[in-house]
Every structure is written in C-alpha cells, then in structure tokens.
Ligand binder design. Structure first.
Ligand code: AMP
Ligand code: MN
Ligand code: MN
Ligand code: MN
Length: 288
C-alpha cells in the first residue's frame, strides 16, 4: 500500500466527514500525501490543508469537476495542485454549482411521482453545504428514512438513468473543466475511468478529446476500480503518455470499498502525478 490518497470528499460536497476529520482520519492511517477533491467546490481546502500540514502530512489542493461529455456522458475530472483562489476556476465551479438546487427539486418531484414523499426536504437536511446538494444526499436520506436498505441499492433502483429520481443535467464541458484547472495552475486528471458506461472506442475518444483540451492525467488506482481496471488503465495511461493518479474516492465511513488515506501501489510502468506536481505540493514543516 502507498500512503498517498489524491481523491476523497468532505462535507463541503457529498462526503460524510468535515474537512478536518477526514484529514485526521487519513493521517491516522499514516498518509504522507493527501489531496481533498470535493465535487465542484473548494470550500473545504483551507481547513483541510492547515489540518494536514499541522499533522505532518503533505497536501495538494484539489477539486473534482462534473462534466457532460459527448452530449450524454457524465465524466468527472479531478484537478490537482490548483490555486483555490483563482478567479477563472472559482467562477467556473460556481456556474456548475448554481443548477444543483433546482435539479434537486426536480429529483424530489420525480421521486414523489414514484410514491416517495419529502425526499427533497430530507436530502437538503443532510447537505451541510446546501448549494452542493446531490444524489448522495438523496441516497443517504432514502436509507435513513428506511425506504431502501443501503446506498448501493438506492443507486440501482433510483437516481440513475431511466429510474425514478433521475434528472438529466448539463454540467461543464470537458474543454472548460480542463481550462479552469489549468488556469488555476493545476493538472487535470480523468477520475475513475473504469466506472464509465463506455466501451473501448468511446474511452479512446474521451482520452483524445481530453488530451487535446490539455488534460495530463488518468486515475489508475481508484476505490471504484477492480484489479482488472487498474491494470487495463495503467496500460492505457502508458499508451497515451498520461501521468497516473491514485485515490480512494472515500465519502463516508461504511460507504464504498476503500477507507481514506492509503491506496494500492501504482503498477511500475506508471509515471505518478505526484512526481510532476512536486512544485505544487504544500509541504509539512517536518518534510521540507
Ligand atoms: P451528483 O454529482 O449529484 O450526480 O452525484 C454523484 C455522486 O453520487 C458521485 O460522486 C458518488 O458519490 C455518488 N454515486 C454515483 N453513483 C453511485 C453508485 N452507483 N453507488 C454509490 N454512489 C454513487
Ligand atoms: Mn460523490
Ligand atoms: Mn467521481
Ligand atoms: Mn469522487
């Protein structure tokens, strides 16, 4: 295991722990380099960075940008080593956050038609940052209200294409997301490629568009990847000359496969993103 985790969430988006708690949880598992990557939001970074540095852990400022690619595919782009105060990035992220509350109302209305009342209000109560209301908050509400047994089952029965509670949404373009990340001094990385509902040809097209836009990295190790995914995308990264990243995609204790703070080792053919991002790393005093 490597003591590096460059993809996880806090209550600033749809994580279950506040920024300081998720960082301390990772530090307790001997992490040496962390990046908090909340969806479409940088509000947790200042506290997360300060907590990491005080705990002797190096830190990269991060974000996970929601993108709509090729008209209908939702793709997530992680930005690593960003400057959270950059105005181009801040304005871009705000533009995609703005549609979330209205989308959530429509999700609530769609669930109501399926016989589930009060889901919008219930989900909002679980969103520490209401402008970042999303599907995870609905999923947690449906579990906590006893409607569905676990979060995984919620996504199978609801909230996904064709199911009650699903509302199609237009996120950022791939080109904009990569441009915002680069404007803020960061590296753009395709998140969890193994999770997209795309065959090899579409993935190749996505990679071609991503590289043309200035993207440089691919998540090879991810909490949502199988061993097969990891090996396959290690080879894809090598072929396309992309840096390889590693992240748990941790959201909350008891949710998902991986805890925060450590990840599987990258296969040796990979060129790690952290080597290329050395100048962007905030170093803890003990590690300078
Ligand atoms: P949103 O940005 O509101 O569409 O929510 C997307 C989030 O929903 C992802 O970042 C995950 O946290 C969560 N999610 C999506 N699909 C699943 C799934 N099949 N199981 C568990 N969580 C999921
Ligand atoms: Mn999420
Ligand atoms: Mn994601
Ligand atoms: Mn994520």
């Amino acid at each position: 295991m490597a003591s590096i985790d460059l993809h996880f969430h806090s209550t600033a988006s749809d994580g279950g722990l506040p920024p300081e708690e998720v960082i301390l949880r990772a530090a307790a598992r001997d992490a040496t380099l962390l990046a908090l990557t909340d969806h479409d939001c940088t509000a947790g970074l200042a506290v997360a960075r300060a907590t990491a540095l005080a705990a002797g852990v190096d830190f990269l400022d991060g974000v996970e940008v929601s993108v709509t690619w090729n008209s209908r595919h939702t793709v997530h782009i992680v930005g690593l080593g960003i400057d959270p105060d950059n105005e181009v990035l801040s304005a871009g992220l705000k533009s995609i956050r703005d549609g979330r509350v209205e989308r959530a109302r429509l999700m609530g209305a769609s669930l109501e038609k399926a016989g589930i009342k009060g889901a919008f209000e219930g989900a909002m109560l679980l969103a520490a940052n209401p402008e970042m209301i999303g599907r995870t908050h609905f999923a947690r509400h449906l579990v906590q209200s006893g409607e569905v047994k676990d979060v995984k089952t919620v996504f199978r029965k609801y909230l996904t294409t064709g199911k009650p509670g699903f509302v199609a949404h237009e996120w950022a373009t791939l080109e904009d997301a990569v441009a915002w990340i680069r404007a803020a001094g960061g590296m753009a990385v395709i998140a969890h490629p193994g999770r997209y509902d795309m065959g090899r040809t579409l993935i190749e097209r996505l990679l071609t568009d991503f590289k043309a836009a200035g993207g440089e990295g691919l998540e090879v190790v991810s909490g949502s990847h199988s061993l097969d995914d990891m090996l396959r995308f290690a080879i894809v990264a090598q072929k396309h000359e992309l840096y390889a990243s590693a992240g748990s995609d941790f959201h909350a204790p008891g949710e998902g496969a991986r805890d925060v703070g450590t990840t599987a080792e990258l296969p040796p053919i990979c060129r790690p993103v952290w080597a290329a991002l050395s100048a962007r790393i905030h170093r803890a005093a003990a590690n300078v």
